[in-house]
Unconditional design. Structure first.
Length: 487
């Protein structure tokens, strides 16, 4: 292949060779010996909502046993509260939701938006969201500010306009999007867009930028949000002596200076084992319990009681009007009710995280070993600049390759999130040609986790299947790099 001079030429060349790339990818499945019977039934992560991992045996048993029993749902929710308080202390509380996205919507509407009742026009409110990965989750609930970000979500998702991301914007709410210091937002991809490249994020310089915007918008400021991850690819590689991301601690301090809540989106994260609100200072943490945690599809909000009271009220969980400590009734967000079976599986998952966390952390150790071994087979030119990190919070191994672009050279092609939604992310769509279900692999960052046909019924890693998946990823990187003229 020709060696392109400019980035856009490289991506144009990739687009022109898509058919050949897919053809090579299909041959790889035979080359590495993936059995036909597992093709399309295993993959690089079990933590994607569109294709969740099978439930562990203990999770299934808990759901099936309770499903045939008569149990008030308020009792199940109180059991979740008890487990959370066992670990975090009595000053914390919890509320289960149908999904993590429902939990985010709930928390933002309760804590960030202005009231709708009362005479006169509503005032406007604003919350701050650092310009980081997955911004369409934590940053899309208000009208973007400043204006240069007004169309940042236009191509994301499968539906445009009022029924797409624009329709998520809440009443009189704005999102102040703040680029992080040390990050780069270079344009990449066949669907050519800026991508957040975050391994160089400087926490101290970033908090100064965030503080400037907080002061600038203080008359309307009602909250600050961020992701809860702890890896370099997400901008949280700088940690204190306890392993806590420094930037998250600084954001919590900034929020509390203005007496507003710091709400953390930790969708792909674990309660108890992962991001710890007692250490980061987060007021609320929101989880997708069917991702890393392994419960049935549902979400969970854990936070300080001061903020959890109105959130539980909005869910109809905060007691009957005639006076009880808990209820399971009607309220504004009863539509986000997760249901009995999801609560039963959440309880079991939380008990395991509290009592036997190694069930979820040991497979991560085993996965990291396999990833490091398999990535050694890459050509030396490609290995330079790759950072491999382990995350217990996300039960994942992160492969970040934005460093392959250092020094002005063309590195491993980086696909934008818009590529994923348009089907032009060749790292993801190419894996599917091999019969391997792909993982999140955009913005120069690949997140690999166990579970999707790569663990047994007790959650232990299956080495052979895992190696097939990681080998396929390594070969896909090589195929794409050859077609791009990088090697």
């Amino acid at each position: 292949m020709d060696k392109p001079k400019f980035k856009f030429q490289m991506y144009r060349q990739l687009q022109a060779n898509t058919a050949n790339i897919y053809s090579e990818a299909r041959k790889v499945a035979d080359d590495i010996g993936i059995p036909p019977e597992i093709r399309g039934k295993f993959g690089l992560t079990g933590a994607i909502s569109g294709c969740p991992a099978p439930l562990r045996e203990d999770i299934m048993e808990a759901g099936e046993k309770g499903a045939v029993e008569v149990i008030p749902l308020a009792k199940l929710m109180d059991e979740i509260r008890e487990i959370v308080k066992d670990v975090y202390g009595d000053e914390y509380d919890a509320a289960a939701t149908s999904t993590c996205e429902a939990g985010i919507w709930l928390c933002y509407d309760v804590l960030f938006t202005p009231p709708m009742m009362g005479r006169g026009d509503n005032y406007r409110a604003r919350y701050i969201a650092p310009y980081e990965k997955h911004l369409h989750h934590q940053g899309s609930y208000g009208r973007p500010f400043p204006g240069r970000f007004k169309d940042i979500f236009a191509d994301r998702g499968s539906t445009a306009g009022e029924l797409g991301f624009y329709g998520k914007r809440q009443n009189n709410l704005d999102t102040v999007i703040v680029p992080l210091a040390g990050a780069r937002y270079d344009a990449h991809g066949i669907k050519y867009h800026p991508v957040p490249l975050l391994t160089g994020v400087d926490p101290q310089a970033s908090i100064e930028k965030l503080a400037f915007h907080a002061e600038n918008h203080k008359s309307m400021l009602t909250g600050i949000t961020s992701l809860g991850y702890e890896t370099p690819g997400y901008g949280y590689g700088v940690k204190d002596e306890d392993g806590v991301p420094v930037l998250q601690k600084l954001i919590s301090q900034l929020a509390h200076k203005y007496d507003i809540p710091y709400v953390v989106d930790n969708a792909w994260g674990l309660p108890f084992v992962g991001s710890d609100p007692r250490k980061t200072g987060a007021d609320l943490v929101i989880y997708s319990m069917d991702k890393a945690t392994g419960a049935a599809t549902s979400g969970l909000v854990i936070g300080k009681e001061e903020y959890m009271v109105p959130i539980r009220r909005a869910m109809g969980m905060h007691g009957d009007r005639w006076g009880t400590t808990a209820s399971y009734g009607k309220a504004a967000y009863v539509t986000f009710d997760p249901g009995k079976e999801a609560l039963l599986t959440q309880i079991q998952a939380l008990k395991i995280l509290r009592d036997r966390p190694e069930v979820l952390t040991r497979p991560v150790d085993d996965l990291e070993k396999i990833v490091r071994e398999e990535f050694e087979s890459l050509p030396a030119k490609l290995k330079e600049g790759i950072i491999i990190s382990k995350s217990y919070n996300s039960t994942a191994v992160e492969v970040n390759y934005e460093g392959t672009w250092k020094g002005g050279k063309l590195g491993i092609p980086i696909f934008s999130i818009e590529d994923m939604y348009s089907g032009s992310n060749l790292l993801q769509s190419g894996m599917a040609q091999m019969g391997i279900i792909p993982t999140v692999a955009y913005d120069g960052n690949i997140y690999i986790s166990p579970g999707l046909g790569t663990t047994d019924k007790e959650g232990r890693l299956l080495e052979k299947e895992t190696r097939y998946a990681v080998q396929g990823l390594v070969r896909m990187i090589e195929i794409i790099c050859k077609s791009a003229g990088v090697i």
